[in-house]
Design a protein around this ligand. Structure first.
Ligand SMILES: C[S@@+](CC[C@H](N)C(=O)[O-])C[C@H]1O[C@@H](n2cnc3c(N)ncnc32)[C@H](O)[C@@H]1O
Length: 283
């Protein structure tokens, strides 16, 4: 296990993933009933953008750094609002020195009645995550294989909520394991929202994954993809996507509307682009 998210936190792929995550949580919070967030590959929760790892790659400068420096249109400001709320909450203001990962975004936007199961396999990262949430009674932290978590924690007691699967893609077969997780989640928590992150490197593998996911039987299934250079090949990550089962009803349309501006902000050359794929009928 060599992957450490501290080197990548706040990069272009995190911006899209986390902004979408925050929007989903915002929708879930519109009903008073509590929900549960199950995050199978959670990382350490909160990242210091001045830490050695972040300084070494500087990746955040091409992601959250660009957003912070930009003049955003009212439409993009509105779309990013839940994520920006989480960023402001962990930083105590507009100076973003800390970057919230998926757990910290979830808990920053959560309420007393919501519950969290965060799982992280790396022993050191598990220790950091556990320390971050030591005083938060809403949170349980586990340290097993993330795909075991997806099976073991579903369905959640609340019968409402979100499952996040965000693996490091260090070992072969990740797309196959993710596809099994899609089918497991559909079987155990058919009405729940599921969000899975994937890199756009091996384009044929992405196509096979999305096709397999669309056969799981979710009535509403979308994918949101963005690439900052031409994707594909073995170089640094150029593109990424999130697959979302049972997304909020308006997510596809409202995201499609702001993607051109987000791509202008995050793109590195004229090959940059983005799209929303509607993979099931009912979206
Ligand atoms: C991409 S990072 C997660 C980032 C986090 N979801 C976020 O958005 O802030 C992937 C994490 O998965 C952890 N990991 C690697 N293999 C795992 C496994 N089999 N089960 C659970 N976690 C694993 C890594 O240590 C790493 O922290």
């Amino acid at each position: 296990m060599n992957y450490r998210h501290a080197f990548h936190a706040g990069n272009f792929a995190d911006v899209l993933k986390h902004a979408v995550l925050a929007r989903i949580l915002d929708y879930l919070s519109r009903k008073d009933a509590g929900y549960r967030v199950i995050d199978s590959h959670a990382g350490i929760g909160l990242y210091d953008l001045a830490a050695e790892e972040a300084l070494k790659t500087g990746e955040w400068q091409g992601g959250v750094g660009r957003i912070q420096a930009a003049r955003l249109s009212p439409a993009l400001t509105d779309w990013l609002a839940p994520w920006l709320t989480a960023l402001r909450a962990v930083n105590g203001g507009d100076d973003f020195l800390l970057y919230p990962g998926s757990p910290a975004i979830a808990t920053a936007l959560g309420r007393l009645q919501d519950r969290y199961h965060f799982n992280e396999l790396h022993p050191q990262d598990f220790a950091s995550l556990s320390a971050l949430y030591a005083g938060d009674r809403r949170v349980r932290v586990g340290s097993e294989d993330g795909y075991v978590t997806v099976r073991a924690q579903l369905p959640p007691h609340e019968r409402r909520g979100l499952v996040i699967v965000d693996p490091p893609f260090e070992e072969a077969g990740e797309f196959d394991r993710m596809l099994r997780a899609v089918h497991d989640a559909r079987k155990r928590f058919a009405t729940g929202c599921l969000m899975i992150w994937y890199p756009i490197k091996d384009i044929a593998a992405v196509d096979t994954f999305l096709k397999g996911a669309s056969e799981a039987g979710y009535p509403r299934l979308i994918a949101i993809e963005q690439w900052v250079r031409e994707p594909g090949g073995d170089g640094p990550l150029a593109g990424a996507g999130v697959l979302i089962a049972n997304p909020p009803f308006t997510l596809a349309d409202e995201t499609e509307a702001i993607l051109p501006e987000l791509t202008r902000l995050l793109g590195e050359d004229e090959e940059a682009g983005a799209r929303v794929l509607r993979l099931a009928e009912d979206v």
